[in-house]
Design a protein around this ligand. Structure first.
Ligand code: DSN
Length: 415
């Protein structure tokens, strides 16, 4: 029997079918991706998308919000309970929006802010000159130590003492180590700065107890809900209650219009799932799998930036193999292994080329893979990157990736 979508729009139905097949049959190693649950997909694909709800529960601009108010209240309460936060705003459409709203609430245009450099593991919204953040605020960048490739908190303190920022941002998109939020809090206190933690990547690890929580240390925590947290593609903001009104005002009416109530409901589902005991097991497995993958790659001859990983991701220096990140990403794509090129610290290559790959274990762990499969994947990556132009090697690995995925299929029941 055909579905309503197949009848109305066979082209889009076919695209969704083929994307499902891609996710089911190839290995997903993008560190910011995951396979969300059927329950989350169902909430996100619901009639809640029809409702206009500008404002907040019990304070909306339009009528008819009695029912969806319950969804937003559940999402807010569950986020607070999950992370031990005093206040949650669950309306940001993405992590970038969450950051923009948090900056709007805490800063004036032109204020000085310290953030991690994009090419050392930070994010566009942490002050990149091509992003609103770099244009609106006076960003000063910190990075990792040249030798150890980890954050040097003494150097960050020295910079903060020199620059006296109004706010310090801790958090990264490509940093494989535990972030010491206590150290960041102490630095912020020393210079009278606010501390914002962008926990987009690690939110699921924090929820599952596999990474120290930034919530007790930070004034504001922003995060995305679709990475290690495994919810719908979206964002959220946690804060102390004294910032609650300012954050809420910045999200709406400051930045966004109508909230996406179907996505907010899906976030509520994800927060509930993340409170279940098996999510703690999941978060620990994600880290264990990342460590197994990093060890497997090191055994293949790759250099792992900073020597390993404490979280869900690793940065792989490809220079020992004489290939760039761009070439490696494309070769692996042809072989059924999805990942992204990524700058490594002090990368001599341009951002569209890079010398590295960023690999993450969150999605494969959701699919049920363990350390044995991680070692197998490391060997497949080694095989492909030793012969990037060899079509036969790519085809062989693609078949092996396919076989592996047939045993660890994220959506075995199909669309
Ligand atoms: N695109 C996200 C990531 O891959 O880390 C950050 O926005």
């Amino acid at each position: 029997m055909t579905s309503p979508l197949e009848r109305t729009d066979p082209e889009i139905a076919d695209i969704i079918r083929r994307e499902l097949e891609r996710q089911n049959t190839t290995i997903q190693l993008i560190a910011s991706e995951n396979f969300t649950s059927r329950a989350v997909l169902e909430a996100q694909g619901s009639v809640l998308t029809n409702k206009y709800s500008e404002g907040y529960p019990a304070k909306r601009y339009y009528g008819g919000n009695r029912v969806v108010d319950e969804a937003e209240n559940l999402a807010r309460d569950r986020a607070c309970a999950l992370f031990g936060a005093q206040h949650a705003n669950v309306q940001p459409h993405s992590g970038a929006n969450a950051n923009q709203a948090a900056y709007m609430a805490l800063l004036e245009p032109g204020d000085k802010v310290m953030g991690m450099r994009l090419d050392q593991g930070g994010h566009l919204t942490h002050g990149s000159p091509v992003n609103f953040s770099g244009r609106m605020y006076d960003f000063v960048a910190y990075g990792v130590d040249d030798e150890t490739e980890v954050l040097d908190y003494d150097a960050i303190r020295d910079l903060a003492v020199r620059e006296r920022p109004r706010m310090i941002i801790a958090g990264a998109t490509a940093y494989p180590r535990i972030i010491d939020f206590e150290a960041f809090r102490a630095i912020a206190d020393d210079v009278g700065a606010l501390l914002l933690v962008d926990a987009a990547h690690i939110a699921g690890l924090v929820a599952g107890g596999a990474h120290p929580s930034p919530v007790p240390m930070a004034d504001v925590v922003t995060f995305t809900t679709h990475k290690t947290l495994r919810g719908p593609r979206s964002g959220a903001i946690l804060s102390r209650s004294d910032y609650a009104a300012g954050i809420d005002k910045a999200v709406f009416p400051g930045l966004q219009g109508g909230p996406l109530m179907h996505v907010i409901a899906a976030k509520a589902v994800a927060f509930r799932e993340a409170r279940a005991p098996d999510f703690r097991r999941y978060a620990a497995d994600v880290v264990q799998n990342a460590q197994a993958l990093a060890a497997g790659l090191a055994a293949e001859g790759f250099r792992i930036v900073s020597g390993g990983t404490d979280n869900h991701l690793m940065l792989v220096d490809l220079r020992p193999f004489g290939v760039t990140g761009k070439v490696a990403q494309e070769a692996l794509d042809r072989a059924g292994i999805t990942c992204n090129k990524n700058a490594i610290p002090n990368d001599p290559e341009k951002p569209f080329v890079t010398s590295g790959l960023r690999l993450g274990s969150a999605a494969c762990t959701t699919a049920g893979m363990g350390p044995d499969q991680m070692r197998e994947i490391a060997a497949l990556i080694g095989h492909v990157l030793r012969a990037v132009d060899d079509d036969a090697a790519a085809a062989d690995v693609r078949e092996q990736a396919n076989r592996l995925c047939s045993k660890f299929t994220p959506y075995p029941e199909g669309a």
